[in-house]
Design a protein around this ligand. Structure first.
Ligand SMILES: Cc1cc2nc3c(=O)[nH]c(=O)nc-3n(C[C@H](O)[C@H](O)[C@H](O)COP(=O)(O)OP(=O)(O)OC[C@H]3O[C@@H](n4cnc5c(N)ncnc54)[C@H](O)[C@@H]3O)c2cc1C
Length: 400
């Protein structure tokens, strides 16, 4: 029986790309199938979103040999300021107080995606693109994938297929895996503003009744992730630049002087998508294909990279002991190992969206009390800071 590759990864985004790099370094024969051309990816508005990365994530990326190439483009978060518009509650977290250099890092998605794509070339990883996955099947020895490159259909086989094809995953749909969808009724507007005063490496999270506003420090500017109801987001997108900035000040205030708008505005409708299972015969899914989250707590890629590291570790161990990398035991062990982290992060993110978008008097009062109390309790603050830093995840047993 003809095997084209040991592993085929559907999707060459952050999760698929990082996994390909980890597996190739261990000598596996892999291919990545990516739906978009390089030009489409390089010019996509989605690349303008900034990613807040936990310290644990950055350590993992460094172990994979990825962070070293983008470190100079990242900005350190030294403080996090959490507040609630129209209420007294606030909490401040500080790297200095926790005795660490950084609470996290901010980098544009485009910078890290471009670098991952360059590493795929450097490691001579076979990339079939632009091509879409259109069919999947498996037998006791192999998994089979049909792809469409232009009008040309092609059939490929491997010991294992990995679905890293994002929130609209074709792999998930082709396997008819049920998914949980939560419509938040919210859209995130992403843009960049320059404040008059220095941001001093402080990240701001401001909760409002219609959704949170995050200002993430980058070089001399802030990346803005502003969540509003769909209708409010549409109106904000229609506003002139001057009126948009004015609305932003109405929400954030003038503590850093006047903002100037540096980039165009992009919108991302927000839905929680969670697959009911992450494995099938000789197929496993990772990243947004399994869990697409609300960006409020900046957890999406941080969680996806923990999928990458866990799966890479199990596949590499199996490969090094000369066994079938698509064996059902590997997939079952992987799913078991990842379930708790997925449950925890999905529940946490959902709770933050619900609690902080709620104006019922009792909820608003409890939330403000919570933020104020948290600000007074050094131990609780340390726990929150450790969560933000992502220090609970363990380091991979492979890499540099
Ligand atoms: C506004 C916003 C802010 C965010 N902020 C943060 C943050 O601060 N911190 C954080 O950790 N995360 C954040 N995230 C989440 C983060 O961007 C995602 O978790 C991450 O990009 C998911 O990576 P992925 O590779 O799983 O999926 P994707 O990035 O969606 O990649 C999937 C890839 O698969 C390809 N593909 C799709 N269908 C097919 C097919 N049929 N065949 C072949 N290829 C296919 C796509 O073209 C794409 O390249 C944010 C997201 C948004 C929208």
């Amino acid at each position: 029986m003809r095997t084209d590759y040991q592993i085929i990864i559907a999707g060459g985004g952050l999760a698929g790309g990082c996994l390909a790099i980890a597996l190739k370094q261990a000598g596996l024969n892999i291919a990545v199938i990516e739906a978009l051309s390089r030009e489409q990816r390089a010019n996509s508005g989605a690349g303008d979103r900034a990613l807040a990365l936990a310290v644990g994530t950055v350590k993992m990326l460094a172990r994979l040999g990825i962070w070293q190439g983008v470190e100079a483009k990242a900005t350190t978060i030294k403080k996090i300021h959490i507040s609630d518009q129209g209420h007294f509650g606030k909490t401040r977290l500080s790297a200095e107080r926790e005795g660490v250099k950084a609470l996290g890092f901010v980098i544009s998605a485009r910078d890290i995606e471009t670098h991952v794509s360059q590493l795929l070339d450097q490691y001579e990883i076979e990339q079939i693109c632009p091509a879409r996955v259109v069919g999947l099947a498996s037998d006791s020895h192999l998994a089979h994938m049909s792809i469409k490159k232009g009008e040309k259909p092609q059939n490929l086989s491997a010991q294992l297929i990995i679905g890293a094809d994002g929130g609209q995953s074709s792999v998930r749909k082709l396997l008819e895996i049920n998914q949980q969808n939560v419509e938040y009724g919210q859209t995130a507007i992403v843009t960049t503003v320059k404040p008059e005063k220095s941001h001093q490496n402080i990240a701001y999270e401001r909760f409002t009744s219609s959704g949170p506003l995050a200002l993430l420090p980058m070089a001399h500017a802030f990346s803005v992730v502003w969540t509003r109801t769909h209708e409010q987001a549409d109106s904000l997108l229609d506003l002139s630049e001057t009126d948009f900035v004015e609305q932003l000040h109405d929400c954030f205030g003038y503590r850093l002087g006047k903002f100037s708008l540096l980039a165009s505005r992009h919108s991302f409708p927000l839905t929680l998508v969670r697959a009911e299972r992450m494995i099938d015969d000789r197929v496993v899914m990772i990243g947004n294909a399994v869990h697409q989250l609300h960006p409020v707590a900046g957890q999406g890629f941080n969680l996806g990279l923990r999928d990458v590291v866990q799966l890479a570790e199990m596949i590499i161990e199996q490969h090094q002991s000369g066994n079938d990398v698509g064996d059902v035991s590997v997939l079952n062990n992987y799913a078991k190992a990842r379930q708790e982290d997925h449950d925890r992060v999905v529940t946490f993110t959902n709770s933050v969206v619900r609690i902080f978008s709620n104006e019922w008097l009792s909820v608003a009062a409890a939330r403000n009390m919570g933020l104020t109390l948290l600000d007074q309790l050094p131990f609780a603050k340390t726990q929150v800071a450790r969560y933000a830093m992502g220090l609970s995840g363990r380091m991979p047993r492979f890499g540099k």
